[in-house]
Design a protein around this ligand. Structure first.
Ligand SMILES: [Fe+2]
Ligand SMILES: [Fe+2]
Length: 302
């Protein structure tokens, strides 16, 4: 469902909700004994439900389970699958370094266990979403090896109707955080060669546990924050501190030309200002100049 726009830009053609790093544990146990990862995921689901059928895809960019436990994947699937069905969105699961390929396949994708990379291509109404597995079994850093890059190269050989979004866990951008650079993505040189000049419009990442943006081979990169916990960029230099707060997810609006990504805080917060459907309908019914006068013109303080 798209609503009329009142400004110069049309409604987005595709909208993606990106959630990352849920880090669920068996039985929903608190992470590190402190972080309510199940409650945070439920809160995300509540907020997404409000957006209703405006969402075309829900992309989960890895570290779904903290220890790769089957029960943790079951919790994630039971939270997100019914939600995706209710809002009529496609659900795209992406592997993270905390995930285990076999359990990821059997519990999330309902496929036989296998240890090969979990790469996927999903068509979202003409937008090609590629779930790219950047994990290295037994390690936390990322790597795109030759066979994964050959697979990607072949996948991108023909452009998609509305272009391609790559969703991967280890994003190919720099981080100022101590130690996280040890866990960066390897194989970036050839990755750049593969995507440069292709129809890839955006690369989505996770893993960093804070929201950040950059570019790679001329392509925008957007990293979503985590729902499990947040890496504190205001911690002293050379310290790596994860905090029980600052959770967020991202929304990606893709237009026929261009795109925007936005960060949405996860949580319940009191409203400070609010305009409802009724007021919006009133404004929509006005001619453009009267609308500008009604909503834009400053009025003297009462
Ligand atoms: Fe993570
Ligand atoms: Fe990670």
């Amino acid at each position: 469902m798209r609503y009329p726009q009142l400004g110069r830009y049309p409604a987005a053609r595709h909208i993606i909700a990106q959630v990352s790093d849920t880090h669920l544990l068996h039985g929903g146990a608190p992470l590190g004994g402190a972080a309510d990862t199940v409650g945070a995921l439920a809160q995300f689901c509540d907020q997404l439900e409000r957006l209703g059928d405006s969402i075309d895809a829900i992309v989960v960019t890895g570290d779904v389970a903290d220890l790769g436990e089957p029960d943790a994947y079951r919790l994630a699937r039971e939270a997100l699958e019914p939600l995706a069905e209710r809002v009529a969105a496609q659900l795209v699961w992406v592997m993270g370094n905390h995930d285990e390929r076999a359990a990821f396949r059997t519990e999330l994708l309902l496929e036989p266990a296998a240890e090969s990379p979990v790469h996927r291509i999903v068509d979202v109404d003409g937008l090609r979403v590629i779930a790219l597995d950047s994990t290295v079994p037994g390690y936390h850093h990322g790597e795109l090896d030759e066979s994964s890059l050959d697979w990607l190269d072949a996948a991108l050989a023909e452009p998609a109707e509305h272009g391609t979004v790559i969703a991967m866990h280890h994003a190919p951008i720099a981080t100022p955080l101590a130690l996280m650079d040890v866990l960066e993505l390897r194989g970036q040189e050839r990755f750049a060669e593969v995507v440069r000049g292709s129809d890839v419009r955006l690369i989505l990442g996770g893993h960093l546990h804070y929201s950040t943006n950059g570019s790679f081979a001329g392509i925008p990169v957007s990293v979503a924050g985590a729902t499990a916990y947040t890496m504190d960029l205001s911690a002293p230099p050379r310290a790596l501190v994860g905090i029980d707060g600052g959770r967020s997810f991202s929304l990606v609006h893709l237009f026929d030309e261009g795109l925007v990504t936005s960060v949405v805080p996860v949580g319940r917060f009191p409203a400070v200002t609010s305009f409802g459907e009724e007021y919006l309908a009133e404004l929509e019914a006005l001619p453009a100049d009267e609308r500008l006068d009604r909503f834009s013109r400053k009025r003297p303080a009462q």
